[in-house]
Write a protein that binds this ligand. Structure first.
Ligand code: GLU
Ligand code: ZN
Length: 332
């Protein structure tokens, strides 16, 4: 790790070889302790090398998005002591930073996929996918799409103008390698292990996989640090990087925070929302102390600020197993 100035670099003087990271909350609900740990690591990894951070709101999952959650996510992160050089609240050279305001920008990428016949209209419902195989082929993330509509070409979409469908990406049969900064060397065959995946709605509005690749490329993101639940998606995204001929970022997939039952932190584990901790008067330093200890950055959970962690940050110290959170650790 290079020498790490504690101050945030001035965006105007930031040089091109410095790393660029992003914080990409989905405003589908409140941000919780698990999100905080991942954002802290993403921020530390970039800031400890004097790099730039982009704040991007991933609000394309329309039925699940909550309007209040956008501002709250930014308030939560600022409360934690994290900052960014570009974002919806401060603007920047890659504006806009809210994905639903970027729909026009995704259009060309979508058209390239369509013109290359790399996508096809899929009219299957969720239950069709489940029922299609008598012994559903279970992939890493549930049943693998059985290819029911894969014989179609992009042009066939005209025939479904009055029907609901989604666009699927035709995966390649390549064995993809990923040298992850945290999860190590991995490989996967997307066609066999994940299957063709949804990339846009019928009207071309991108789904997560397309929007995230487009935006990380457009915003010149060099490092994507996020929860390891997205590790399989990194392989899908590599397929897209290859299709567009874009350089993929360095990936770092970090272990998630789980409850005592070993399951990913969620409502059933009690109220771990950052907004609740704030309202209850828990200090950010207290939470950060606990998170720093959980990441192996500190021996004890003594309260600390995000900035104070910059000097000792080292992703190699991160324990590979999920972190088991108990709310009594914060005296709740
Ligand atoms: N918006 C996603 C989330 O909050 C993160 C996506 C990503 O980091 O690629 O889970
Ligand atoms: Zn289908």
């Amino acid at each position: 790790m290079s020498l790490s100035p504690k101050k945030t670099p001035d965006p105007l003087t930031a040089t091109p070889h410095l790393p660029v990271g992003r914080l990409a909350p989905s405003p589908t609900g409140a941000q919780h302790v698990g999100n905080a740990r991942t954002y802290l690591l993403a921020w530390l990894s970039i800031r400890s090398r004097g790099g730039r951070i982009v704040m991007r709101i991933e609000d394309l999952d329309s039925p699940r998005v909550k309007a209040w959650a956008i501002q709250q996510a930014m308030d939560d992160l600022r409360w934690l002591g994290l900052d960014w050089d570009e974002g919806p609240d401060i603007g920047g050279m890659n504006a806009p930073y809210i994905q639903t305001e970027r729909l026009e920008l995704y259009r060309d990428a979508f058209e390239l996929l369509r013109a290359a016949d790399r996508i096809y209209p899929c009219t299957c419902s969720r239950s069709d996918v489940l029922a299609a195989a008598s012994a559903p082929h279970e992939g890493l993330e549930g049943p693998i799409y059985p290819g029911t509509c894969a014989g179609r070409s992009a042009n066939d979409a005209k025939a479904f103008a009055d029907q609901a469908f989604s666009w699927r990406f035709r995966t390649s049969n390549a064995n993809r390698h990923l040298n992850d900064l945290c999860a190590g060397n991995r490989q996967m065959n997307v066609a066999n292990e994940l299957g063709d995946f949804v990339i846009a709605k019928a009207d071309g509005t991108p789904a997560y996989q397309l929007a995230v690749v487009f935006d990380d490329h457009a915003m010149r993101v060099t490092e994507v640090l996020r929860g390891d639940d997205l590790l399989p998606s990194a392989f899908r995204q590599l397929e897209l990087y290859e299709f567009f001929g874009w350089q993929p970022p360095q990936f770092a997939h970090v272990p998630l925070v789980v409850g005592l039952d070993g399951r990913r932190l969620a409502k059933r584990h009690g109220d771990t929302r950052l907004s609740t901790l704030r309202a209850q008067g828990v200090s950010a330093e207290r939470l950060l102390g606990l998170l720093a200890q959980s990441c192996g950055l500190r021996e004890t959970a003594e309260p600390i600020t995000a900035r104070e962690l910059l000097d000792e940050f080292d992703l190699a110290k991160l324990r590979p197993e999920p972190y088991v959170y108990r709310d009594d650790l914060l005296g709740m």
